[in-house]
Write a protein that binds this ligand. Structure first.
Ligand code: PLP
Length: 357
């Protein structure tokens, strides 16, 4: 960052932006990476670049971070919510099939809490129905699905480098793709839609969704530490697994046979009794100085989306998302956590759950 500052290139043009894009493209195994200002803009610019607009529908998981649905609205399109799989909390492929309509333009497959979505099933469906498959990799840098790295499987991958993500640039994001036309379109839209050959000739109403060279310098440094940062999070999860062994009312981060997940947050999902006690458990943790987070609220329960269509495997609605959301809790899992911190948090969790029983 000092080098970037001294170079004078503090905004969105500079050697670190180019280097971060190159390194990130290589990391994902794609031809192009386009740096953007955050993960939300990565999704927004990708959907706009794919031509998503009024009259279109975009399929979004019923339980994920709300920005995924908000960007669809900001494109003038309609989010259609689809229930998640009970085992690993990503889009339920059979429910996606029920939700597809002639107006479907794209599917946003979120790799939730570090676990990849079933990209095999989704790729087949997207191909058959002629819709674009976009990966939201904001929580899953480096995860893979049947040997393929996330961000390289769909038409495009969207990453976030927010402070709580696996690598961070403070705020930041990246679009990955091997589709040269899509990459060029994203680069154009994120930079005021200026004609690449004629300065100040803006051929459309564009956006400013650029990453700065200062942030990109931080991104390059984070890329050097990616393995170490991943290993720390894996180690923290292992400690929780050891400490919480035998607590059969809860399970920790899942892993499907075909998936190689990464650890973003340590996740606990409990039974129905745990769902009732979860907020009390969180309060008891707080008393011991241990922070926690509930799982994301199902998006169809939020005011902007109450009237949206929601599809499950067998009927309308998203019963699995509702159940997992109520029974899910994230325990401390950030970078600064020491082994002693993780053991303290795990012991506190065990004590809290026992106090509630
Ligand atoms: C964090 C996150 C985003 C948004 O990223 P920002 O960089 O905060 O805009 C989008 N989707 C998912 C699934 C996320 O977890």
């Amino acid at each position: 960052m000092t080098e970037a500052l001294r170079s004078g290139w503090v905004s969105s043009i500079g050697a670190f932006v180019d280097r971060f894009e190159r390194e990130f493209a290589a990391f994902c195994g794609v031809d192009h990476a386009v740096a953007v200002s955050n993960g939300t803009d990565a999704l927004f610019i990708t959907l706009r670049s794919l031509g998503v607009g009024p009259g279109d529908e975009v399929i979004v998981p019923a339980m994920t971070f709300a920005a995924v649905a908000a960007v669809v609205v900001h494109c003038g399109a309609e989010p259609v919510f689809v229930d998640i799989e009970a085992d690993y909390w990503c889009l339920d492929v059979r429910a996606v099939e029920r939700a597809l309509s002639p107006r479907s333009k794209a599917i946003v497959a979120v790799h939730s809490y570090g676990h990849p979505a079933d990209m095999g099933g989704l790729t087949e469906l997207a191909g058959r129905h002629g819709v674009a498959l976009v990966e939201d990799c904001a929580e899953a840098h480096g995860a893979s699905c049947r040997g393929k790295t996330v961000g390289s499987i769909g038409r495009a991958g969207c990453f976030s480098f927010y402070g709580n993500k696996i690598i961070t640039t403070g705020e930041g994001g990246m679009i990955t793709t091997s589709d040269a036309e899509l990459a060029a379109r994203a680069r154009f839209l994120k930079d005021h839609a200026m004609d690449p050959t004629r300065r100040y000739v803006h051929t459309e109403a564009g956006f400013n969704c650029r990453l700065t060279n200062l942030q990109a310098a931080l991104g390059c440094a984070q890329m050097e530490r990616l393995d170490e940062l991943q290993a720390n999070r894996r180690r923290v999860l292992e400690i929780y697994r050891e400490e919480l062994h035998g607590l059969d009312r809860i399970r920790l981060n899942p892993r499907a046979a075909w998936a190689d997940p990464v650890v973003w947050m340590v996740c606990v999902v409990g039974d129905d009794r745990f769902a009732e006690q979860r907020d009390r458990v969180a309060a008891l943790l707080r008393d011991r100085g241990i922070d926690s987070r509930p799982f994301f609220v199902p998006l169809p329960e939020l005011p902007p989306y109450r009237h949206a269509r929601v599809h499950g495997t067998a009927s309308d609605g998203a019963p699995v998302a509702r159940r997992i959301s109520r029974a899910g809790l994230n325990l401390p899992s950030g970078h600064g956590l020491t082994e002693a911190d993780a053991r303290y948090a795990a012991a506190g969790f065990r004590a809290a759950i026992e106090a509630c029983s």
